[in-house]
Design a protein around this ligand. Structure first.
Ligand code: COA
Length: 216
């Protein structure tokens, strides 16, 4: 059934962005998982019918957030969400492409399609996102799309902090440049990135951007 909070499917760059539905939830439940340190993105828990129903209801709520699945034809290949009412700007989050679809520009293409729609619908706003400093692939995509790092700060992220207590020391060590233990809790270095509406976007692979060293 159509949901009044959502636009007709957003088309662009070889993708169609659609709101979550039962079929797409089933597909996302079967996506490959990455595990630590990206466990918060993994969706295997949607194989549980009860959790799938709850999450679908959450994803279709009429509130500040819109949750999209990027599809190639009928196939779900990525997802992203946007908070339309964040005071800092259109806040993109939950950007996720499963391992079996990575490296084909799905991230860049779905973000470009979403931002094209958002620029038309919300012409007064620029874009903002936050990203853990170790997510280097994501940064390549964001910088190629015209985002710039405006601030780097320490942030307590509860999912990641919980995992940090559980993983082997070697796994934690691999992230050590980006972690600190402060006031009894784990914190991760996090970039705030902003993009002005209309900023140029490079969609083809290999347009490498680096987060300037001073900010990382
Ligand atoms: C980050 C993520 C969304 C990227 O998705 P994607 O569709 O593979 O992204 P793109 O194809 O647009 O590529 C982004 C960059 O990652 C690189 N990349 C992607 N897959 C790669 C791989 N297997 N090996 C090496 N580099 C890879 C690409 O080359 C590209 O860099 P470039 O522009 O310099 O060539 C995806 O890896 C993911 O979901 N990761 C886990 C969750 C996450 O980190 N989300 C972002 C949180 S802020």
């Amino acid at each position: 059934m159509a949901n009044a909070s959502y636009p007709p499917p957003i088309q662009g760059h070889g993708l169609v962005l659609r709101p979550w539905d039962e079929d797409l939830v089933r597909q996302m439940a079967a996506w490959g998982e990455r595990g630590f340190p990206y466990s918060a993105f993994d969706l295997g828990y949607l194989k549980d019918p009860q959790r799938a129903r709850t999450k679908l209801a959450w994803a279709r709520e009429a509130g500040p957030h819109r949750h999209f699945v990027a599809c190639e034809g009928p196939r779900a290949v990525g997802r992203l969400s946007v908070n339309l009412r964040d005071t800092a700007g259109l806040y993109l989050w939950g950007v996720h492409v499963p391992p079996e679809h990575e490296g084909r520009g799905v991230c860049r293409r779905m973000m470009a399609a979403a931002m094209g729609w958002l620029e038309a619908e919300y012409p007064a706003s620029d874009f903002i996102l936050t990203s853990n400093a170790f997510s280097e692939r994501a940064h390549h995509a964001y910088l190629a799309l015209g985002f710039e790092v405006t601030e780097t700060r320490w942030h307590h992220e509860s999912d990641l902090a919980m995992q940090l207590w559980k993983v082997a020391p070697a796994e934690r060590e691999a992230l050590s440049p980006f972690l600190r233990f402060s006031n009894g809790r784990w914190e991760v270095r996090t970039h705030v990135m902003k993009r002005k509406r209309g900023a140029p976007m490079a969609l083809s692979p290999g347009r490498r951007g680096e987060v300037p060293s001073g900010t990382a």
